[in-house]
Design a binder for this molecule. Structure first.
Ligand SMILES: Cc1cc2nc3c(=O)[nH]c(=O)nc-3n(C[C@H](O)[C@H](O)[C@H](O)COP(=O)(O)OP(=O)(O)OC[C@H]3O[C@@H](n4cnc5c(N)ncnc54)[C@H](O)[C@@H]3O)c2cc1C
Length: 324
């Protein structure tokens, strides 16, 4: 009985969430008194799997087959079923990526199991793993326990665990060749959609002023731009602002946008949904302006101003200009 972590690669490049999930799997294993085993799927990926040999793992499976070269749920599901059957883990953890969201329900259901998705934390209670998921846009944390026999499946939200805490050690790579047949695969992958090159590098910004739905309409965005200019900051936004086309997608912070860690992150009219928090909670100092004193953003803020941004921001711009 062990913890099995399935890491994600595409075209020979790791998904950065893989290492957060690896670190989480090691923590689960330590607290459950067992060991962690890792696996990566693809074609000709023994070299990539070899990059994990310096990690504290029981073993690394390179699940290799030419039909796993491009991702399809029809190939990944039987390949993982066979691996799970071989390893017999207690818990199987995945990064909560778009790809995992696509095939994990199919995999779990095919074994008559449920998958606990979008996990943001855990604890071990009487030797049993308790996972934490957020409900109602992050307003409530729910404890979830697995019922029935192993294996149990879970996917972990981006930013919930720290990749730099992955423990070092040594492990060997073992090739695992699943039995797959081309006739099982009903989808034909096309070329991946690629975004155009980014004009803004939020990751390099020392100060970020980020605007959310509290701004009400696009005509009010220049107010926040003025604040950003006064502070010498880059302007960023929560997803609804970018979805509405008020600011370009490249300025979106969060699980489906950029991850940033500036010296100061100022969130203006942003509630602090988990998908936003995972993209900015590593910032050194977080300042929040929100008229709702119970907004979740205040839980991660170092400085909070409870007030109407249309009053606070103009005064702040004046104060910053004076201080300069
Ligand atoms: C798969 C998935 C991926 C996602 N990815 C992202 C992502 O990458 N980034 C992201 O940001 N979101 C993402 N989301 C959306 C996320 O769940 C939230 O819906 C979103 O972050 C909310 O944006 P918001 O805080 O701007 O808006 P709201 O939640 O509507 O909050 C607006 C806030 O403004 C405050 N406010 C209103 N008026 C004023 C005023 N006059 N003065 C001061 N404060 C005021 C309110 O009190 C409220 O707290 C994702 C969701 C899903 C399902």
């Amino acid at each position: 009985m062990s913890v099995l972590v399935i890491l994600e690669q595409r075209g020979g490049e790791w998904n950065r969430m893989s290492f957060e999930t690896l670190a989480a799997a090691q923590q689960f294993a330590k607290e459950l008194g067992t060991t962690a085993t890792a696996a990566v799927l693809g074609s000709g990926i023994e070299g990539l799997a070899g990059e994990l040999t310096s990690k504290q793992l029981d073993k690394i499976f390179a699940v290799d087959h030419e039909l796993l070269k491009n991702y399809t749920p029809d190939a990944y599901t039987p390949a993982l079923r066979q691996l799970v059957d071989h390893v017999k883990p207690q818990v199987v953890v995945f990064p909560h990526t778009y790809q995992v969201r696509d095939f994990l329900p199919k995999l779990a259901t095919s074994l008559n199991k449920v998958a606990i998705s979008d996990v943001v934390g855990h604890r071990v209670d009487n030797g049993q793993l308790v996972l934490v998921r957020q409900l109602f846009q992050g307003k409530v944390n729910a404890d979830v326990r697995f019922a029935g026999d192993a294996p149990h499946f879970a996917s972990l939200q981006a930013g919930a665990y720290r990749a730099d805490l992955a423990a070092e050690g040594s492990a060997a790579v073992e090739k695992f060749t699943p039995q797959l047949s081309a006739s099982e695969i009903r989808t034909k992958p096309l070329d991946l959609f690629r975004e155009s090159a980014r004009a803004v590098d939020l990751g390099a910004a020392e100060i970020i002023v980020s605007v959310g739905r509290g701004i009400k309409e696009s005509d009010n965005i220049p107010l926040i731009q003025q604040l950003a200019d006064a502070l010498g900051a880059e302007l960023a936004a929560s997803r609804p602002i970018c979805d509405a086309g008020w600011l370009p997608m490249e300025r979106q912070v969060g699980s489906s946008g950029q991850t940033v860690a500036p010296k100061m992150y100022m969130a203006v009219g942003i509630s602090g949904a988990i998908q936003h928090l995972v993209g900015m909670k590593g910032s050194r100092t977080i300042v929040a302006i929100n008229k709702d004193a119970n907004a979740p953003i205040f839980e991660v803020a170092d400085y909070g101003i409870v007030g109407d941004l249309f009053q606070v921001v103009p005064e702040l711009i004046e104060a910053v200009k004076k201080a300069k």
